[in-house]
Every structure is written in structure tokens, then in C-alpha cells.
Design a protein around this ligand. Structure first.
Ligand SMILES: [Zn+2]
Length: 317
């Protein structure tokens, strides 16, 4: 018995097989095959998960600490990895300056949605995996010397879809920016309106844009930052009505997906269709800004756009 387990250890396969409970015959069969596997195993162990990440674009292995230090942008090819809302806020605002609003607001299953899994079950699942209560974080923070109203979406929560809570949190953020004479920045990433909420999610498109119209009427700037991907209902509402529309390199931005458009129009789509670079060329967005430069560029734009308002903002608190 002891001799058998010792032999197994040297082959490095004790994790795969429960010890003992095999007939002697079976043990011998596995025995003969094992030396072949022994060569492949240590190879996998060279790249333990959580230390190295393989770049999806250039396939280089990047040390995770290096990737984090570079704001999750591949140092070799510039590929922008997805980033959570909290990580994004951390990269943009001054330390400890961000105060989150409406953090306790949660979605309700108004339609009693049933499908392969219920809406309530989905919400619970994503709350656990992201530690967020919905797909957007909103609040007031400081970027450089400017106080700003900042909303950041998180694709990790149900594909960044816009339901009632996303719409309501953003609307309250915009209204608060108008009331306090603050510039507004929204970083979007979304698959579109949330199907689990049907018409209620579509109504958020009009609601957010209505609030933005009042913000614009007060002659306050709104900077919209589009990240990969920004699609459908979000793209067709608040994300594309910014005074300045910025995008991250390589971001997919569009309304319907390319396959749907291709099937509907029965035409070949041009190369690079629906990428940030394509849309910059065709005038939909104003600039492509790499994540590592985003904070500096936002400061630069805010300096320019808020210059005339700053004395009034300072007096009026
Ligand atoms: Zn790369």
C-alpha cells in the first residue's frame, strides 16, 4: 500500500486520482501510461494562474504586476484588457476623493421575468461575482483640481446592461452635477438595454438624455468616454451626446452587431467597421485616448472647458 502511493507521488498525478480503492490490475495499467504525462505536467506549472496573463492580441505573456501597473494595457502591443468600474475609478480620481452615490439602490424584478434562469437569480449571481449591486458606479470625485460628477459602467455585471437602476443612478448623478455646477464624465461599457426589464430599461434612454439636456442648458461640459464594448441602447442614448466623445483604442462601438447589419443590408462591411478608429475617421468620436493617458487628457479638457466657470463655482461652493 505504502509503496504504491510513493510511486504515484513521483509521477505527480496524486491530484487526479483518489488514493487506493483500485484493484491491483487497474493500478498497473495507469502505471504504464504515466511516464508520458509526466513530461507535460511541469510545463503547465510554469505558468500558474494569477501571476501571468496571456495577451489576447499579441499572445505575449505579461507579468500581472506589470499589467496592473500599466492600468491593464499590454506593454508590448497596447491591447486594452477589460477593467472593472472600481479599478477605473481608482485610475481616474485623486486618492480618497470619490464619494459614491446611491450605492444601495438595487434592481427589482418588475416583470417577474422567467427564462432558463430567473432575473432575480441572475442578479444574485452577479452581485456575488462583482461585489457591485448593479452595472454602474456613480459619485462625486476630484480629477486634478476639478470636482467632477463621475459615472463608470462595469461590463462584468450582466454585460453592463442598462436597467432601471443604471438609468436612475446616472440620472441622479447628472441632476446632481447640474445642481452643483459640476462637469460630468461618464465612462461607458455596455451590451445595451437590459432585456430582463423590457420597456422599463428602454425608458432609461430618454430619462438620461432628458437630464443631460438640463445639464447642457446650464452650459456645463459633459465628457463621454466609450470603452470596449459600447453598444445598442447605451450607445443610442447618453454615451453619444457628450460635448466631447472620447474612446479607448480598439473599442467596439455601435448600435446593432456587425452580423445583424450584414444580414440586414446584405452588403460586405468595410474593414475595421464599428471600431473606435473607424468612427474617429467618420466623425462620430472626437479623439482616441489610451487608458494610460486618460486622466491627463481629461484634466486638460476640464481646464479648458471649466476655465470661465471656475470663479463662480468657487463662490457658489
Ligand atoms: Zn499584447
Amino acid at each position: 500500500m505504502k509503496a504504491t502511493s510513493f510511486v504515484r507521488k513521483t509521477l505527480g498525478t496524486e491530484n487526479q486520482e483518489p488514493p487506493a480503492a483500485h484493484s491491483p490490475g487497474e493500478t498497473t495499467t495507469t502505471f504504464a501510461k504515466k511516464p508520458k504525462l509526466a513530461g507535460a505536467k511541469p510545463h503547465k506549472r510554469d505558468i500558474p494562474e494569477g501571476i501571468w496573463t496571456k495577451c489576447k492580441k499579441c499572445s505575449n505573456m505579461i507579468y500581472d504586476r506589470e499589467l496592473d501597473a500599466n492600468l491593464k494595457v499590454c506593454p508590448k502591443c497596447g491591447f486594452h484588457f477589460p477593467i472593472s468600474a472600481r479599478e477605473r475609478i481608482h485610475t481616474l480620481v485623486e486618492t480618497c476623493s470619490f464619494e459614491e452615490n446611491d450605492a444601495s439602490m438595487e434592481s427589482v424584478d418588475v416583470l417577474n421575468f422567467t427564462g432558463p434562469s430567473s432575473y432575480v437569480a441572475k442578479l444574485e449571481q452577479y452581485k456575488k461575482s462583482t461585489s457591485l449591486k448593479d452595472a454602474v458606479c456613480t459619485g462625486i470625485g476630484r480629477i486634478g483640481r476639478h470636482r467632477v460628477a463621475l459615472g463608470v459602467m462595469d461590463f462584468g455585471f450582466l454585460g453592463g446592461s442598462m436597467g432601471s437602476v443604471v438609468g436612475e443612478r446616472l440620472t441622479r448623478l447628472i441632476e446632481s452635477a447640474t445642481a452643483r455646477s459640476l462637469p460630468l464624465i461618464i465612462v461607458s461599457t455596455s451590451g445595451g438595454a437590459r432585456m430582463y426589464e423590457g420597456m422599463f430599461s428602454l425608458m432609461q434612454m430618454a430619462k438620461t438624455c432628458g437630464a443631460l439636456a438640463y445639464h447642457a442648458k446650464s452650459r456645463l461640459p459633459y465628457l463621454s468616454v466609450l470603452t470596449d464594448p459600447t453598444m445598442a441602447g447605451v450607445m443610442a442614448s447618453f454615451a453619444t451626446v457628450g460635448d466631447l466623445i472620447l474612446a479607448e483604442p480598439g473599442a467596439m462601438i455601435g448600435f446593432a452587431g456587425p452580423r445583424v447589419i450584414k444580414d440586414t443590408t446584405q452588403a460586405e462591411l468595410p474593414p475595421g467597421f464599428q471600431t473606435a478608429e473607424f468612427l474617429l475617421e467618420h466623425g462620430l468620436i472626437d479623439a482616441i485616448v489610451p487608458r494610460t493617458e486618460l486622466k491627463t487628457r481629461l484634466c486638460f479638457y476640464l481646464d479648458y472647458l471649466m476655465e470661465s466657470r471656475e470663479p463662480r463655482a468657487a463662490n457658489g461652493k
